[in-house]
Ligand binder design. Structure first.
Ligand SMILES: Cc1ncc(COP(=O)(O)O)c(C=O)c1O
Length: 415
């Protein structure tokens, strides 16, 4: 076992710390050159600089105090929410919050749905179930575990998209929430949100659209000519929607939005209590203290890029995804799973030892993204991956050629 680090007695000089940080990071995966297929998102160097400058300018401010002390942050947060409501065609009464990421946005949507259902049913102890496609993000299960709610994961169709018929069959009198993803993380396909919206309306259920990955990309991919179906509040059954600014919004982490069709639903996400000597405690989010930098960074990046800037990036991203998919399918026997809609894709082939391919890619400096069912490799590509496509495909070709053919496929890494 390695020895535990002790708390330093004396401080160290700034220069020395900066040099140490550089040295420590030299052992990390080379994400700036596209070696990491998730976790980080790149657009244009200027966008990163705009986000970083705004973040640094609000490095110390705390968005928890936006209402009382930092009017500028309150203004920026309300602008980010308003711009997002506009982008997602929300009705006039809609509202939302900025959060620390997709998981918190999803948790708040589940909590709002539960509390809203409790009020509607007049039952404070109601524990309604969640019906999800099996490709939905585990953040829904995390939320459900925290709130002790049952989850029903439903198999997806042959096209790897949510199957509205199978989801309808999983609904019972205690179902309160349906989920669709735009797109789902494992395969990058967009679920049939308009059919889920109809299902939600016909059964009186809450539909949450998890656009954490695709929210700030899908509308611009459509503007750039891709066939992206309607997925937002323009569909009347959509009750809430999450979209991560810190993914394809290209804003500094941590930043996401959770949006609700109306005030009553938005209020059900919040927390408001007066139980301690310091008075009333009211938050719209799960966390208390929130980085002011993330609010300022998001505000600056959205304003810097605007619809035109995002559309130009989306156009490059979609062209890049098509080129990756073509290149991968040119390596026999690899096939891309389903028909990816944006820039997430996964691929594999029966009888290939995926773990061996992943290991070979890792030995060439690539952090391998993985799927387990079916066994495959995975990528959530941003512009960080644009320039390294030829290198990736060359290494993948070599890795596939050397991989053993097996009867039982082994899968690679875990998340
Ligand atoms: C579809 C989807 N939803 C939710 C999340 C969770 O987001 P976060 O990691 O910001 O909590 C992710 C993360 O990749 C995701 O892909």
């Amino acid at each position: 076992m390695s020895e535990r680090t002790t708390f330093p007695t004396q401080g160290r000089a700034r220069d020395e710390l900066a040099a140490t940080l550089e040295r420590m990071r030299s052992g990390d995966a080379d994400w700036r050159h596209g070696r990491v297929p998730l976790y980080v998102f790149g657009s244009l160097p200027e966008v990163e600089a705009v986000g970083r400058d705004a973040y640094a300018a609000y490095f110390t401010e705390n968005a928890l105090g936006a209402r009382r002390a930092f009017a500028s942050l309150a203004r920026m947060e309300s602008d980010v929410i308003a711009m997002s409501l506009d982008l997602f065609h929300a009705p006039a009464d809609a509202a939302g919050s900025m959060t620390s990421g997709g998981s918190e946005s999803i948790l708040l949507a589940v909590k709002a749905c539960r509390d809203h259902a409790r009020v509607r049913r007049g039952d404070d102890g109601f524990r309604g179930n969640l019906v999800l496609p099996e490709t939905a993000h585990p953040a829904f299960d995390k939320a459900a575990r925290l709130m002790d709610l049952p989850v029903r994961r439903v198999p997806v169709g042959a096209d790897l998209r949510a199957d509205p018929g199978a989801m309808a069959a999983a609904i019972d009198g205690d179902t309160m929430l349906l989920v669709g993803s735009v797109p789902c993380f494992p395969f990058g396909v967009i679920d049939p949100i308009s059919q889920l919206s109809e299902l939600a309306l016909s059964r009186g259920l809450w539909l949450h659209v998890d656009a954490c990955v695709g929210g700030y990309l899908a509308p611009f991919a459509r503007a750039a000519g891709s066939a992206v179906p309607a997925f937002d509040f323009s569909l009347p059954g959509v009750a809430s929607l999450s979209a991560d600014l810190h993914k394809f919004g290209f804003c500094p982490k941590p930043a996401s939005v959770v949006l609700f069709r109306d005030q009553a639903r938005a209020e059900a996400a919040g927390f408001d209590l007066d139980v301690w000597p310091s008075g009333r405690f009211r938050t719209g989010t799960l966390v208390g203290t929130r980085p002011g930098g993330a609010v300022a960074g998001a505000w600056a990046v959205l304003n810097y890029l605007g619809r035109d800037g995002y559309t130009a990036i989306a156009s490059r991203l979609i062209a890049m995804r098509k080129a990756y998919v073509e290149g991968i399918e040119a390596i026999a026997p690899l096939k891309v799973f389903g028909k990816p809609d944006l820039t997430i894709f996964a691929f594999g082939a029966p009888g290939l030892d995926i773990a061996a391919i992943a290991q070979a890619m890792a030995s060439r400096g690539w952090v391998p993204g993985m799927t387990s069912r079916p066994p495959g490799m995975h990528m959530m590509a941003s512009l960080l991956h644009e320039g390294v496509r030829a290198d990736y495909l060359a290494d993948l070709t070599a890795a596939v050629a050397a991989a053993p053919r097996v009867e039982v496929q082994r899968v690679g890494a875990e998340y």
